[in-house]
Design a protein around this ligand. Structure first.
Ligand code: ADP
Ligand code: MG
Length: 265
């Protein structure tokens, strides 16, 4: 996607929750251009709720989410969401699953769907994502890693300005996870897409995030109080710092300490 360098998602003092009770509050973040923010938090702290709010699929109780300076609406095409459970349709082939988002978008906007054109674009991206030759397979024949590649493909084909990823690799074995982390970094850099990723892995956050965040209750607050987001520059940066680099390990140790402080009640 050439020529797009300034993709921004932002929210200021945002809160959201369920049944009148906020799950998180006071969340302010802005993600620039091709930047990635990786947020870690304990289970149930509101990571998915935050992503759904940033996707315009869950209404905030306070604060507005802006993309490129304009408010987000439900189903906004500027946002791409990749869910933990992949969201694939078992009765559609890999190629059909990949192009499904494009087909739905065309239908919604009343345009004719150019199935052959979409298939060509999808084939090229499937190839890049390591799914070449699998176009006619059904999702049940794919490994977990391949299913996640396909979910990523379907979302990327929609050319979102911001990619939101909800624990995208947590169901995968360690080696597959590392492979897909590297693939994600490659496609994000190539496409210059901003990303917000939530994970329960400190190691993953440090490896993927230009900035890293911790979503947790403030220390000392009563149980059930909304979580807050602590955002920091990643001391390891992300590009060029490998998993075996001492800087990566130092950054993980630093984040573990910050995390321990942040969640200590
Ligand atoms: N649809 C819902 N209705 C009511 N409560 C919910 C709903 N979804 C999540 N919650 C609650 O909100 C809190 C945050 O959930 P979630 O955002 O899924 O956390 P995480 O993704 O960090 O594990 C949890 O206490 C969860 O039980
Ligand atoms: Mg979740």
């Amino acid at each position: 996607m050439p020529g797009v360098t300034d993709r921004v998602i932002a929210c200021r003092d945002c809160a959201a929750g369920y049944a009148g009770r906020d799950v998180f509050t006071g969340v302010t973040l802005g993600v620039a251009g091709a930047e990635t923010i990786a947020i870690v938090g304990p289970s149930g702290c509101g990571k998915s709720t935050l992503l759904l709010t940033l996707a315009g699929l869950h209404r905030s109780s306070r604060g507005t989410v802006l993309v490129d300076g304009t408010p987000l609406e439900s189903g906004d095409p500027r946002i791409g969401l990749v869910l933990q459970q992949y969201g694939l349709f078992p009765w559609f082939t890999v190629l059909r699953n990949a192009t499904l988002g494009l087909a739905i978008r065309a239908k919604r906007s009343g345009r004719r769907f150019d199935a052959a054109g979409a298939a060509d674009i999808a084939r090229a991206l499937l190839e890049q994502l390591g799914l070449g030759g699998k176009e006619s397979d059904y999702p049940r024949r794919l490994s977990g890693g391949e299913q996640q590649r396909l979910a990523l493909c379907r979302t990327l084909l929609l050319e979102p300005e911001v990619l939101l990823l909800d624990e995208p690799f947590s169901a995968l074995d360690a080696l597959t996870r590392e492979e897909l982390q590297d693939l994600l970094l490659t496609v994000l850099a190539e496409r210059r897409v901003a990303a917000v990723l939530v994970t329960h892995s400190i190691d993953e956050a440090v490896y993927l995030g230009d900035r890293v965040g911790i979503l947790a209750q403030n220390p000392g607050t009563a149980a059930g109080e909304p979580a807050r987001l602590l955002l920091e520059a990643n001391p390891a940066g992300r590009r060029g710092v490998g998993r075996t680099d001492p800087l990566h390990h130092q950054a993980c140790a630093w984040m573990r300490r910050r995390f321990a402080e942040a969640v200590r009640a």
